[in-house]
Design a protein. Structure first.
Length: 281
């Protein structure tokens, strides 16, 4: 869990602990007896190791005579849950709704900072490459097969590369040129696409060579939207980072990754080498 989500969970627990003590429950054991819970549950909630459910909050506030705080505390608990969204929840009805959800964020963002260590960023993907990635998503998570709709929504984001005054700072590791999605034809088509867009006026596309000296470990892929939001993807969930001090860390990481990147003709040369590799295999 992110430090932002954890710090908010700890703050919620501390507030509930204060309610308990103010109500005359001198120990977690006494409160556990009143609620019918295990004492360990009270301890986990108060110390931020477990998020309180909405029913937990209602009962806690009822027993401590703090019903007027129920709405505020439930909103806090919901926000904590939203900071860490399981992919199974986000993709329950298919991949297309998640792609649709991204469009308003993209429309409002002026400066993008994107890091992908193993695959090509979605807004630079061809339809065939995107389809191959969605095939894997659908199979891995066992979600409804809406691949065509998901691809269409992902490609719709590409319009922002050509509209308005947005700036796209995109970093890919060289490995992204070799991670094989769909075989030779798909990969060559995708790499040709990168050569076609690398000269776009508002796109800064950098590649981190495999042999480049690193100034920070590669970590997970992440997308920064201005200085307001960072999305970090893992196998199990998508983490939303909104706390300024955490966003500053990602901005610092991006700056350090950028120090290892090459641009222009050197980036084109890496892409051309990757095309030759896929053409031979």
């Amino acid at each position: 869990m992110s430090t932002e989500a954890q710090s908010q969970r700890e703050a919620l627990g501390a507030r509930l602990r204060g309610f308990r003590k103010d109500a005359g429950f001198s120990s977690g054991r006494a409160f556990a007896q009143a609620t019918g819970w295990a004492e360990s549950k009270v301890s986990r909630i108060e110390n931020g190791r477990q998020n309180a459910s909405e029913d937990d909050i209602r009962l806690w506030c009822a027993l401590t005579d703090n019903q007027e705080h129920v709405g505020d505390l439930i909103a806090t608990a919901r926000h904590i849950e939203e900071l860490w969204l399981e992919w199974r929840r986000q993709l329950a009805t298919g991949a297309a709704p998640r792609q649709q959800k991204a469009l308003p964020v993209y429309s409002k963002t002026k400066v993008f900072r994107i890091w992908h260590p193993t695959l090509v960023w979605g807004s630079l993907q061809t339809a065939d490459y995107a389809a191959e990635t969605f095939k894997q998503v659908i199979e891995f998570y066992g979600i409804p097969d809406d691949m065509d709709a998901a691809v269409a929504k992902r490609l719709e984001r590409q319009k922002y590369l050509h509209q308005g005054d947005r700036i796209f700072n995109v970093l890919l590791a060289e490995q992204a040129l070799y991670s094989n999605f769909g075989g030779t034809d798909v990969m060559i088509g995708q790499l040709d696409r990168l050569l076609a867009v690398i000269g776009l006026p508002r796109l800064s596309l950098g590649l981190v060579p495999r042999s480049a000296p690193m100034h920070i470990w590669p970590g997970n892929s992440f997308s920064m939207f201005d200085d307001k939001l960072v999305l970090v993807e893992t196998y199990s969930a998508e983490l939303s980072v909104t706390q300024p001090r955490e966003i500053a860390l990602y901005a610092k990481a991006f700056k350090l990754l950028k120090r290892s990147a090459v641009y222009g003709d050197r980036a084109r040369a890496l892409i051309s080498q990757a095309i030759q590799h896929h053409d031979r295999h």
